[in-house]
Ligand binder design. Structure first.
Ligand SMILES: *[C@@H]1O[C@H](CO)[C@@H](O)[C@H](O)[C@H]1NC(C)=O
Ligand SMILES: *[C@@H]1O[C@H](CO)[C@@H](O)[C@H](O)[C@H]1NC(C)=O
Ligand SMILES: CC(=O)N[C@H]1CO[C@H](CO)[C@@H](O)[C@@H]1O
Length: 332
């Protein structure tokens, strides 16, 4: 998805909404969680100022999500803020400090934290071609978290319009960098070209290419994204049909099974309307039916600055939190 809609004003209309708080017992999906988004905002302003161009996540909301049964937090941030100017630069202590604070908090609760550079395979807007520098970037980042098995490494958000071999090489470099740092117990999620869409995973050539990624620890969980609007971009409140989520997962599911791979839907969403709710329930049920290969799904999105955005799931009064989550939570 490439559009963000912010209306902080919408937060003003606060209605106290009591959060149901049973912890989930019969988990249907190994992972279910949410994208935490805001630290990657203001990508035109680098490095940018905390609280003005970008924001980190409200730790109290983490507890609220966990109380709803979530156990996976995909943490959006920008590479340019962690390593200003060059891929191999030292990690910025304050930005890293905030990322680590989030990770430590989440994992101290027993949930997974996904380290997710929201960079589309680009650095300062340019496609990353320095594969060796990218490997070093990942080695440096993974070294910080190598002793925390609840950290998951997402190689990069949504490569797109790139040479397929380069996408393969960057993913392999990330895997090699992470493992060379001594981070051997963590899962890694490669992403594909074409915005890592599940519906185009096979047709785009991602499947044929990325099937050959090698991880000495054998802990790759392929990450795909899936939206339910006509163009699959996640920019509309409407969903194509009540079965569109499932339909858009069929080819990727077959690929996972045929190749004995495992996957996760790293971003998905639909608007708060009957057709989308049915599609969301149906698609999540499908993931549950295929839980041998699908680890779960991660909603797009939460974060303090989403306002009245149609997919906002930030507690306590966003549409996702008050209206959508109650209708889908029994599916994970
Ligand atoms: C942030 O970026 C925008 C767009 O490039 C620019 O107009 C604005 O002046 C920048 N703000 C700061 C504080 O640099
Ligand atoms: C988070 O970033 C802000 C702004 O740079 C900084 O003041 C603060 O100390 C950082 N927090 C941590 C825990 O490092
Ligand atoms: C696929 C997707 O939703 N990507 C979006 C994630 O959120 C950021 C805003 O923080 C967008 O820029 C991305 O396009």
């Amino acid at each position: 998805m490439f559009v963000k809609i912010l209306s902080v004003a919408a937060l003003a209309a606060a209605t106290a909404f009591p959060a149901p708080h049973e912890a989930r017992q019969n988990r249907k999906l190994r992972w279910f969680g949410i994208n935490e988004s805001g630290a990657e905002f203001g990508e035109k302003n680098l490095t940018g100022v905390y609280g003005r161009e970008f924001i980190w996540y409200d730790l109290q909301t983490i507890d609220q999500f966990i109380a709803q049964g979530m156990n996976m937090f995909r943490l959006n941030f920008l590479m340019e803020r962690l390593t200003p100017n060059t891929l191999t630069a030292p990690l910025d202590p304050l930005y890293l400090g905030n990322l680590t604070q989030q990770i430590d908090y989440i994992t101290s609760k027993g949930a997974y934290a996904m380290v997710q550079p929201h960079n589309y395979g680009r650095f300062y807007g340019n496609i990353i071609t320095d594969v060796s520098g990218f490997r070093t970037w990942w080695r440096n980042v993974a070294a910080v978290y190598k002793d925390n098995p609840l950290v998951v490494f997402d190689t990069n958000n949504e490569y797109h319009d790139m040479d397929q071999q380069l996408v393969f090489d960057l993913n392999q470099a990330a895997i090699d960098g992470v493992r060379s740092a001594g981070a051997t117990t963590q899962y890694i999620t490669p992403e594909g070209n074409s915005w890592s869409g599940a519906w185009t995973w096979v047709s785009s050539g991602n499947g044929a290419s990325l099937v050959n990624l090698k991880d000495p620890e054998n802990k790759l969980i392929y990450q795909m994204h899936q939206y339910l609007d006509t163009d699959g971009s996640g920019t509309h409140a409407e969903c194509v049909s009540p079965t569109i989520f499932r339909e858009r997962l069929v080819a990727a599911t077959k690929w996972l099974k045929d190749n004995q791979k495992e996957g996760v839907i790293g971003e998905f969403a639909g608007g708060d309307n009957d057709q989308c709710i049915r599609a969301l329930q149906d698609g999540l049920a499908y993931l549950g039916e295929n839980a041998d290969v699908w680890w779960g799904a991660i909603w797009w999105a939460a974060g303090p600055w989403w306002g009245d955005y149609m997919y906002n799931m930030e507690p306590p009064n966003s549409v996702g939190w008050t209206s959508i989550l109650p209708k889908i939570k029994s599916y994970f």
